[in-house]
Design a protein around this ligand. Structure first.
Ligand code: GMT
Length: 380
């Protein structure tokens, strides 16, 4: 198949999923065309079947808000026509599904009309933000309903979309995935442990875009309690609006020597491979891709029981779940698991097993392929 993919190219779960999906599809013989305003962050290796098409938005003094959505629609239609795309897959409804809808309509009305069915994958904040800002609701609902196929990354998100948007067309749940060959506990990476911690110290990690929803200060509160009982370090991967608040809190608590702000990092798997525990105390996660990536590396996660997280982490078996803001319980769980080496290793192994059995790319990518096939058959 020739597949167009549009996603946010920056750090963030939906962009990571869109990019990794394109790479996996190309590895399976498909031709993949990324259409975005910038080369996606994780698209850093050359691949003979992967192409990138940049969307440029012309600036004109009249455009206080440059019309990216229109430039994107135009580029989608051009790429579909020139490279003869079979299908377009957009990640994140706003504004990508609206642009895809416009591209489909433009191509249907062209001199040489052609079909361009499109699939929309909902990731979470495209639905939950809209829940809070009703001005986006009609257009988002319309573009979701007009999609030739819709997927959601968890049952939670599907339910919430149906409830809030009163969507009439079917939504298929296709879970997020991880490449279990890349995300694994690489014994060679263990040599790197010394770069981050002393031999007697445990390594706790957090990966996110540092948005308020991630509750970074809770990460620090939990770590503060843990390090008082167990010698440990905290590695914070990512960057975003809450970083300076987090840096301030780390200073206030006298933790500067124990907490490393790593910024945006490449090869997250290598860092996860040396970690002992992940902290994900988010206000909301429709899935929690960071936790899945950790699980694949045998790193259990202490997280909040929100959104789709309980579909990924089983409390007490592959990690721990607590209420939002309950840093005491999360710290207690972290101390409990880090104090019992046998149980810690067992939980890590079970987390890896769960990632492989239910969320491995070898299982999920064929689900997307089958979904595309059904969409194309319906649209024929
Ligand atoms: O969480 C974010 O701020 C980023 C956001 C995104 O769309 O990039 O993440 C959402 O999509 C991820 C990939 O599907 C999910 O793993 C995250 O749980 C989801 N975030 C929220 O629901 C808050």
């Amino acid at each position: 198949m020739k597949i167009g993919i549009t996603c946010y190219p920056t750090y963030g779960g939906s962009g990571v999923v869109g990019t990794e999906l394109g790479i996996e599809l190309a590895d399976r013989g498909h031709e993949v065309h990324f259409i975005a305003y910038q080369q996606p962050i994780r698209l850093n290796a050359q691949h003979p079947r992967i192409f990138f098409h940049e969307v440029t938005v012309s600036l004109y003094p009249l455009f206080e808000y440059p019309p990216y959505d229109l430039a994107l629609a135009t580029r989608m239609a051009e790429v579909a026509d020139i490279y003869d795309l079979d299908i377009l897959h957009v990640h994140y409804a706003i504004p990508h599904s609206v642009s895809a809808l416009l591209a489909r309509q433009m191509l249907a009305a062209a001199d040489r009309p052609r079909k361009l069915p499109f699939v929309t994958t909902l990731h979470g904040t495209d639905i939950t933000i809209v829940g809070a800002d009703r001005s986006y609701l009609p257009v988002t609902r319309y573009s979701i309903e007009q999609s030739d196929g819709v997927t959601a990354i968890s049952n939670y998100l599907k339910k919430r979309t149906v409830q809030e948007f009163e969507i009439r067309n079917p939504i298929e749940v296709i879970y997020n995935f991880v490449n279990c060959d890349v995300y694994c506990r690489d014994p060679k990476a263990q040599e790197n442990r010394g770069k981050f911690a002393a031999p007697d110290e445990r390594i706790l990690v957090h990966v996110s875009n540092f948005r308020p929803v991630k509750r970074i200060c809770d990460v620090i509160e939990i770590f503060d309690r843990v390090q008082k009982q167990i010698p440990s370090r905290l590695l914070l991967m990512g960057d975003g609006p809450e970083r300076s608040r987090a840096e301030w809190l780390v200073g206030q608590k006298g933790l500067r020597k124990k907490v490393e702000f790593m910024g945006k990092v490449d090869r997250v798997s290598e860092k996860l491979s040396v970690a002992d525990l992940m902290l994900m105390p988010s206000e909301l996660e429709s899935f929690g891709l960071a936790a899945l990536e950790a699980m694949a590396c045998e790193v259990p996660c202490v997280a909040t029981a929100v959104g789709g997280v309980p579909e990924v982490i089983e409390h007490g078996r592959t990690g721990y779940l607590a209420q939002v803001g309950d840093v005491e319980t999360m710290a207690r769980c972290a101390i409990e698991i880090l104090s019992d080496e046998r149980r810690h290793r067992e939980m890590g192994k079970l987390a890896r097993w769960e990632a492989q059995a239910n969320f491995c790319s070898t299982k999920i990518i064929p689900e997307y392929e089958a979904f595309y096939k059904r969409v194309l058959e319906r649209a024929a």
